[in-house]
Design a protein around this ligand. Structure first.
Ligand code: NAG
Ligand code: NAG
Ligand code: NAG
Ligand code: NAG
Ligand code: NAG
Ligand code: NAG
Ligand code: NAG
Ligand code: NAG
Ligand code: CU
Length: 577
């Protein structure tokens, strides 16, 4: 076709404008409980459109995502957080209960509408109480308009979510964690790949002759089609992209493809300098793309496996099948299940995490200096009456019944709350349990002006248990930050900046802090809104391990009325409508 030059130009501009605007992709979701047996044990899961895990969303960068959510849970409110989406101009659509909106009540509908601005591997999940741990999650892939711009090639892709799984109800877990008689959730019963695991039914009490009279009847059926291992089918010689995210409630996971090396090419939606690995640490909240080539003996199948690291594991390896056998794709390998590196080799954990740096062709310039402030956030485990909490700078986050975004937008915070502290006592000994372990409760935001460049130093410390410190993956809403570095011990501003090579700083939305160590991130406060920054471990967040960053507080966009109606926003005169 030969186009008239001017018409041709018009045609080109038309295409360009379509490209920039993107399409509107609409979904209608009904959220309800579903009896399901992800690991062969029958349980109630929070399902979307009667499916578990929730549907994978595939859109193209620049598309507008519209999700109509109908909450059919009989007695609970819900919200959906779009993990990794920046929500620029739509902070109300971030999907955090009592931060960005009122929960969607039983029987109510809600419309999320936002732009999937950046390419990458993401996911979505419930962000009210611990509903994510009840199975309320799914994958969200944002594809490039033109695949040839990606710095790698592959033939086909699979998307898999990794998760840990408990048989105890999430309500009981939530209650136990905050009760005066604190009770920990313990280690997971199973690990799921693609929503599937396999509990050993012989371990279920009284099975198979169990009766419900004792009240602890558990139905476990190892032949249930719901717990057939996920299968990744391959053609010999082809290259595959696996999009992997961890929606784990607690566990730090390690992913392995038996007999195959993987090349990590994307972390949290950003291309990284390719790294070849034998196994992959995946912390809750992180997303990776890895490439692998089906270059092994095609006469048999291989395991994909996932193990717990960073806590003494007591959960069997979760498995999927890497299948070269199109006739019987589920045929289980006869080889031993994959083994991961020692759970407590934290030096290895840190060196693995340090491997991921920005891809040289996709580096985004790092603001050279923090212009606003250095925020030192001390991770602390605290006592609370007879119970337990976690805190950041000694404040344990407790939301109120008024969404914080609305509270700032409509001046409902009441008496100006004391700003949370920027630091912690300089003589604090991070190697010893807190000498005065009480914390204070709070929900005030750290306030930033638009354009501020902020460095956050997340400082890990000993928990209440002697000689114990845990990994915490911290996730920032509304942004990607630059990851400046990791280190051991107490961060020293005058000496430790020099130890960090920031020339290839990757951008991320989630980053771990290692035991007794520190992690430094930098971000630009360029997104008017109220953005949680929190540990992605569900029980830790539930116990208060998070803060709120408030940006451009005098330029907050209007919130649709449907996000309001709880707490002080029940009174229309408060919000001027
Ligand atoms: C969603 O539901 C509305 C109202 O019933 C309907 O008009 C629309 O076509 C549906 N969209 C999709 C994608 O199913
Ligand atoms: C995609 O990008 C490649 C390389 O940049 C270019 O040659 C090709 O024309 C592009 N395709 C489209 C449909 O824009
Ligand atoms: C989305 O893409 C994944 C591969 O990454 C694929 O498995 C899935 O079927 C796709 N889902 C839809 C609804 O297109
Ligand atoms: C399952 O549990 C039973 C009872 O504890 C044990 O004898 C058996 O070896 C277990 N099977 C596997 C595959 O671990
Ligand atoms: C276990 O599941 C299989 C497959 O759905 C079914 O045929 C069988 O009846 C189930 N067993 C029990 C005890 O429910
Ligand atoms: C910090 O605590 C550790 C562990 O209790 C102890 O060995 C060390 O001496 C303490 N350091 C200081 C400076 O008090
Ligand atoms: C935390 O606050 C409590 C109660 O106000 C206080 O006793 C304790 O010293 C504080 N700890 C730190 C590390 O600031
Ligand atoms: C930081 O390191 C410098 C140089 O070694 C030292 O003088 C200073 O005391 C250290 N500061 C802290 C808070 O440890
Ligand atoms: Cu944590």
């Amino acid at each position: 076709m030969i186009l008239h030059p001017i018409l041709g130009l018009a045609f080109f501009l038309l295409i360009l404008s379509v490209t920039v605007q993107g399409a509107v992709i609409e979904f209608n979701w009904t959220v309800n409980y579903l009896r399901w047996a992800p690991d062969c044990v029958d349980k109630l899961v929070i399902a979307i459109n009667e499916g578990f895990p929730g549907p994978t969303i595939n859109v193209t960068e620049g598309d507008t995502i519209k999700v109509n959510v109908l909450n059919k849970l009989p007695t609970e409110g819900i919200v959906i957080h779009w993990h990794g989406m920046h929500q620029k101009g739509t902070p109300w659509a971030d999907g955090t209960a009592f931060v960005s909106q009122c929960p969607i009540g039983p029987g109510e509908e809600f419309l999320y509408e936002f732009v999937a601005a950046r390419v990458g591997t993401y996911f979505y999940h419930g962000h009210h109480g611990m509903q994510r741990a009840a199975g309320f999650y799914g994958a969200l892939n944002v594809h490039p308009r033109n695949r040839t711009v990606e710095p790698f090639k592959y033939d086909k892709e699979y998307t898999i979510l990794l998760n840990d799984w408990w048989h105890k109800s999430v309500h009981e877990q939530e209650y136990n964690l905050l009760a005066d008689s604190f009770k920990w959730v313990g280690e997971p019963q199973s690990l799921l790949i693609g929503g599937r695991g396999a509990y050993n039914c012989s371990k279920v009490p009284n099975f198979p002759g169990a009766s419900s009279d004792t009240g602890d009847f558990v139905k476990c059926n190892s032949s249930s089609p719901q717990c057939v291992p996920f299968s990744i089918t391959v053609d010999p010689g082809k290259t595959y992209r696996l999009r992997i995210s961890s929606v784990a409630s607690l566990a730090a996971l390690n992913f392995i493809l038996e007999g195959h090396v993987m090349t990590v090419v994307e972390v949290d939606g950003h291309y990284v300098k390719p790294v070849v690995v034998d196994n992959l640490d995946v912390y809750s909240g992180e997303s990776f793309s890895v490439l692998f080539t089906a270059d092994q003996d095609p006469s048999r199948n291989y395991w994909a496996g996932v193990n717990v690291r960073a806590r003494l594991p007591s959960t069997p390896t979760g498995v999927a099948v890497l299948s070269y056998n199109p006739n019987d794709p589920g045929m289980l390998p006869t080889t031993p299940r994959p083994v991961s590196p020692a759970w407590n080799d934290f030096a290895l954990s840190m060196s693995k995490a340090k491997q991921y740096v920005a891809h040289p062709d996709f580096k985004e310039p790092l603001p050279q200096k923090a212009t606003d402030r250095h925020l030192f956030l001390l991770n602390l485990q605290n006592t609370w009456k007879n119970g337990r909490r976690w805190s950041a700078n000694n404040i344990s986050f407790v939301p109120t019944s008024t969404p914080i975004l609305a509270a700032y937008k409509y001046n409902l915070m009441g008496e100006a709350p004391a700003s949370p502290p920027d630091s912690y006592p300089t003589d604090y000994n991070i190697s010893a349990p807190p000498p005065f372990p009480e914390a204070n409760e709070g929900h005030a935001a750290y306030e930033f002006n638009l354009g501020d460049v902020v460095d956050v130093i997340i400082q890990n410390a000993n928990s209440l248990t002697a000689s114990n410190s845990e990994i915490h993956p911290w996730h920032l809403h509304g942004h990607d930050f630059w990851l400046l570095g990791y280190g051991n011990g107490k961060f020293n501003v005058s000496t430790d900046y020099a130890t960090m090579d920031t020339s290839q700083a990757p951008r991320r939305n989630t980053v771990p802090v290692f035991p007794w160590g520190w992690t430094v991130i930098r971000f630009v406060a360029d997104n008017p809104g109220l953005w949680p920054f929190h540990c992605h471990i569900e029980p830790h967040l539930h116990m208060g391990m998070g803060v709120i960053f408030g940006e451009g507080l005098n330029q907050l966009p209007d919130m649709p009325k449907r996000t309001l109606g709880c707490g002080l926003t029940k009174d229309n005169s408060n919000i001027g409508i």
